[in-house]
Write a protein that binds this ligand. Structure first.
Ligand SMILES: O=C([O-])CC(=O)C(=O)O
Ligand SMILES: [Mg+2]
Length: 218
């Protein structure tokens, strides 16, 4: 399948991993009391995390503080290993907007004990995604506006040029360690404005003028 013409279900089936970037927007790192990273901070979600529009967001068992994190996601189009910054954009097939749903209480506990973030970040349904946007529709992914509206009110809204590490840097850094495969996603980190999500909330995410998706919390 042509990677620049993928449907949501196609990349969802192809993806073997969702590489997530943490603390890639200064204001978000600061709002949670974290330091600004000196190199990309990465963690992983498994494809079990994917959730499409129409499916409900459900907190994992025992979670008392579920947060939303809207993020621009990059869809990888071809096998990528040791890719240089200058070549990196040729490995991008398109984009989408995703939610990095986070069990913040699980994460806080893990941070304290030095344990992995796996259950805080990669529970089933922890990555709601909008539809695929072909690369041809976004000439500069660092010149877009990302938003998250909760129950009709703006909760997150940011320009993507505020990313600390840009997309070529993230691809170069990641592929030194990990081979990215067609359909894999890179979630590029969330801007400021994360908050507690409760049952009944309606979360709308998108890129202004390009794409929008709506999710209900169960
Ligand atoms: O949990 C966090 O704050 C790290 C993260 O995913 C982000 O910055 O997008
Ligand atoms: Mg995140």
């Amino acid at each position: 399948m042509a990677a620049d013409n993928m449907s949501l279900s196609a990349f969802r089936q192809l993806a073997t991993k969702i590489v997530c970037v943490g603390r890639n927007y200064k204001e978000h790192a600061l709002e949670l009391g974290n330091a600004i990273p000196k190199k990309p901070m990465l963690f992983l979600k498994s494809p079990n995390a994917f959730l499409a529009e129409g499916e409900p967001i459900v907190a994992p068992p025992g979670c008392q503080n579920l947060h939303q994190e809207v993020e621009l996601a990059v869809v990888i189009s071809k096998t990528a290993k040791n890719v240089s910054k200058s070549d990196a954009m040729s490995y991008v097939g398109g984009y989408t907007v995703a939610l990095d749903m986070t069990a913040r209480d699980f994460q806080d506990e893990a941070k304290k004990s030095g344990a992995p973030w796996f259950l805080a970040k990669s529970f089933d349904g922890s990555c709601p995604i909008a539809n695929f946007i072909p690369k041809s529709e976004i000439s500069d992914p660092h010149n877009e506006e990302l938003y998250c509206i909760i129950n009709g009110k703006d909760q997150q809204r940011s320009r993507t040029d505020l990313m600390i590490f840009d997309i070529p840097t993230l691809i170069e850094y990641t592929t030194q360690f990990v081979t990215l495969q067609p359909g894999d996603l890179i979630l590029t980190g969330t801007p400021a404005g994360v908050t507690k999500i409760v049952p009944g909330d309606v979360i709308e995410i998108g890129l202004t003028g390009k794409i929008n998706a709506k999710f209900r919390v169960q």
